[in-house]
Design a protein around this ligand. Structure first.
Ligand code: PEP
Ligand code: MG
Length: 750
């Protein structure tokens, strides 16, 4: 018998001989067994206690007097590092690792190599399992796998005595407010239901791999049938409300089914079964690995793909355990989840939830897209909300301002009841203005356009009445596919976009890859600051074949029609010229070429502001990417939750920059637009228009609220006010407050 199977068989015997459920008292026996089976001199178990401490609770090989005494904070020493990152450490020379923290009472100076694996369950770190040896060596993949499997078992042991909930006593009854990321607009007041990750299998070990494989196959078939039912039963319901969104939802679920079929992760599950795990434990294990990979990926789109797989693992597990989650959902409930996949969201929607908070959800995620399609107000972020809530707690979800309140005070609740009434009235108004032109009260036309990246979002053009696509993010389709599409494939995608736009303008942005958004075939550079590294147009200029292939595809798609192409992350006029030269070289070869070709640049890097005379002579248009511009202007990572909201786009430096840009582009006759999330918020849109910007491009949900706001604003009155506060509050960090007050006084729907 192989080491893993023998070790697991012996662990099974150890557990089976107990009368009560397994408990922490089993830990010394477990450490002994692991050390002897792995031929390692040390096996130790550290457990996370209250606060941030990890305590040595059992060891084979270190001094016994250290048990109960040795403590490390999360983040301290190698054990603390493993707990903090959740990543496995495999070190031949542990004592020379910069994070090593020597604890003399353990006598560990004799041991050179170390393997540390985090013990995690339902997203929480419960402890760390460590194996050590005297001789310096790197543990081989089989050994790592065994220790990771034991860590999973250990997670069950440790969790059996613990509650999932962090808040207890008085804290659990107090009102709490969480800042979140708005994923889908709307307000809900209702009781909370908690989504459990469902990734805790009830049976871990099994001795008949064939039987487990058969169970897996059966559960797999059942899960596939379940997804088919979801697609067929639920989406027609959506279709009645919004055809375009239903189409998007169907595409998402079809893509999801493809991911399930071809990801190769079933192979990993089968290997784990062969190693001695039950089918459900094997699924949970592979899902755990996915979660670890997910933690290292910052690109929201890719995280979402892995999130879908995790969602699938949870469904498979539910099928294997034979107990689908049968919590009854009170009507109008708000679902709180750490993660949630699209199929799960559909399930919960069918069970009657009215709102959802997904701690790890991002606006570009599938669950968020579906929530918008289903019309369910949704939030992402709000870390800690799941831990702080009890089922049935009263809550207010504000999907407009990105807030969730648990156990709200009466006054706040009443305020929101009133807000819901206003909102309902407003929604009725939006439908009426969809096909009307976007114009201010005093007659200034403002072109509102869409930011999109997937063909399935094109339906939003009709749904919102947008005047075109102000930003088509071409990299998204490739990231979804995981490879660079060839010229005909790209050309087909761009052609479909132009078809859908039916003559309305589309600004195609060339590949904005980089950081984590790297595709196979592009060597990943090791960089400390990927956002400021080898990304975007820099890659395109250094790998001109890649960029030329895309430019050719764009030109082919644009044959006989208008084509607008813009380059992202331009830092110098020389870069813009080089990119434009590539485009012109391709244009000379493509027949039939576009009937008109506009070539523009994004303004995301502040340095361009000091190159305007040259730039304005060469570019047809400029589109300001506020997301990146803000991060480079204030040196504030746009992905850092700690910095979110710290610097305001409605601040003197940004408004001065934009105002200067408006003046200079007007003089030069160059068209200017603002894309990026800021343009989608009515207060920001009001200010940009007040500065003289007349093209705004934004995510779909911003279009109608912005149009409604603009229809009520008299710019002739707002402009002097804006000029006055810009002069009088020159040193202020933000002008948001006076602008908000003005908008309220003038009864603008912001
Ligand atoms: C921006 O930076 O504002 C922008 C629109 O581009 P992206 O968000 O894709 O970086
Ligand atoms: Mg950008």
């Amino acid at each position: 018998m192989s080491t893993p199977r023998r070790l697991l068989a012996r662990l099974r015997t150890l557990m089976a001989n107990r009368e009560q459920p397994p408990a922490a008292a089993d830990l010394p026996a477990l450490a002994r067994l692991v050390a002897s089976e792995l031929v390692s001199e040390v096996c130790s178990v550290y457990v996370a206690g209250a606060g941030e401490d990890l305590q040595l609770v059992a060891t084979e090989g270190l001094r016994q007097e250290a048990v109960g005494r040795t403590r490390l904070r999360v983040g301290e020493g190698l054990v603390g590092l493993c707990a903090a990152t959740g990543e496995t450490l495999n070190l031949p020379d542990a004592q020379n690792h910069p994070a090593f923290a020597y604890r003399p009472e353990t006598g560990e100076d004799a041991f050179a190599s170390l393997l540390a694996v985090a013990v995690r369950r339902a997203g929480r770190t419960l402890g760390v399992l460590v194996v050590q040896n005297r001789t310096p060596r790197r543990y081989d993949p089989d050994e790592v796998e065994v220790v990771e499997t034991v860590a999973m078992l250990l997670a069950e042991l440790l969790a059996s005595g613990q509650s999932e909930r962090a808040e207890t006593g008085l804290a659990a009854t107090l009102p709490r407010r969480f800042n979140a990321v708005a994923l889908a607009p709307g307000i809900v007041i209702g009781p909370v239901v908690l989504h459990s990750t469902g990734l805790a299998p009830s049976r871990l070990l099994a001795d008949d791999p064939d039987r487990e494989r058969a169970r897996l196959e059966e559960a797999w078939q059942a899960m596939q049938r379940g997804i088919d039912r979801l697609i067929n039963d639920q989406l027609p319901d959506v279709a009645g409300k919004k055809a375009a969104d239903a189409h998007a939802s169907r595409e998402i679920l079809e893509a999801y089914r493809l991911i399930a079929a071809d990801a190769g992760w079933l192979k990993r599950v089968n290997e784990a079964i062969q190693g001695g795990l039950s089918a459900e434990a094997a699924v949970a294990r592979v899902a755990g690995e996915l979660r670890d990979r997910m933690r290292r990926i910052t690109d929201p789109y890719l995280r979402e793909r892995l999130g879908d797989l995790e969602d699938m693992a949870a469904r498979l597990l539910a099928n294997l355990d034979g107990a689908q989650n049968q919590i009854t959902v009170p009507s109008g409930a708000i679902l709180l989840a750490r993660r949630l996949g699209p199929a799960e969201l559909l399930d919960w929607h069918a069970r009657g939830i009215a709102g959802v908070v997904i701690e790890e959800g991002s606006p570009s995620g599938h669950a968020a897209i579906l929530a918008r399609a289903l019309g369910i107000p949704a939030l992402g972020g709000a870390r800690g909300v799941v831990e702080s809530a009890d089922p049935g707690d009263d809550a207010v979800l504000d999907g407009d301002d990105g807030l969730i309140f648990l156990r709200p005070e009466q006054e706040l609740r009443v305020g929101y009841v009133h807000a819901i009434e206003v909102l309902t009235e407003r929604q009725a108004g939006y439908a009426a203005i969809r096909d009307k032109p976007s114009v201010t009260l005093d007659g200034t036309q403002v072109r509102l356009m869409l930011n999109v990246g997937l063909a399935m979002e094109l339906g939003q053009l009709a749904a919102t009445g947008a005047e075109g696509i102000g930003l088509f993010r071409t990299e998204i389709a490739m990231l979804a596919r995981g490879e660079v599409l060839d010229t005909p494939e790209q050309s087909a995608v761009y052609g479909r976009v132009l078809d859908a736009a039916r003559g309305r303008p589309v600004l195609f942005r060339t590949l904005d890859l980089g950081g984590d958004k790297l595709l196979p075939g592009l060597p990943p550079p090791e960089e400390e600051n990927p956002a400021m590294g080898w990304r975007s147009l820099r890659i395109g200029l250094d790998r001109p074949a890649l960029l030329r292939r895309q430019l050719r595809a764009l030109l082919l798609a644009g044959g006989g029609r208008n084509l607008s192409v813009m380059f992202p992350m331009v830092a110098t006029v020389a870069e813009f010229r080089a990119a434009k030269a590539l485009l012109m070289a391709e244009a000379a070869r493509v027949r039939p070429g576009p009937s008109a070709l506009q070539i523009g640049t994004m303004l995301e890097i502040p340095a361009l502001m000091w190159q305007l005379p040259a730039l304005l002579r060469e570019t047809d248009f400029i589109s300001v990417g506020t997301n990146d511009l803000m991060q480079f202007l204030f040196a504030a990572d746009r992905g850092s939750p700690q910095l979110a909201g710290r610097y305001d786009v409605l601040s003197p430096p940004v408004l001065d920059l934009l105002s200067e840009l408006v003046a200079r582009t007007n003089e030069a006759g160059v068209s200017l637009s603002i894309c990026g999330e800021a343009a989608s918020r009515p207060l920001e849109a009001l200010t940009f228009v007040g500065l003289g910007v007349t093209n705004l491009s934004m995510p779909a949900y911003g279009i109608l609220p912005t149009k409604a706001m603009l229809a009520r604003v008299d710019l002739a009155r707002f402009r002097p006010f804006l000029a006055t506060i810009r002069r009088s509050a020159a040193g202020a960090a933000s002008l948001r407050e006076p602008i908000t007050t003005w908008a309220r006084e003038h009864d603008l729907p912001i």
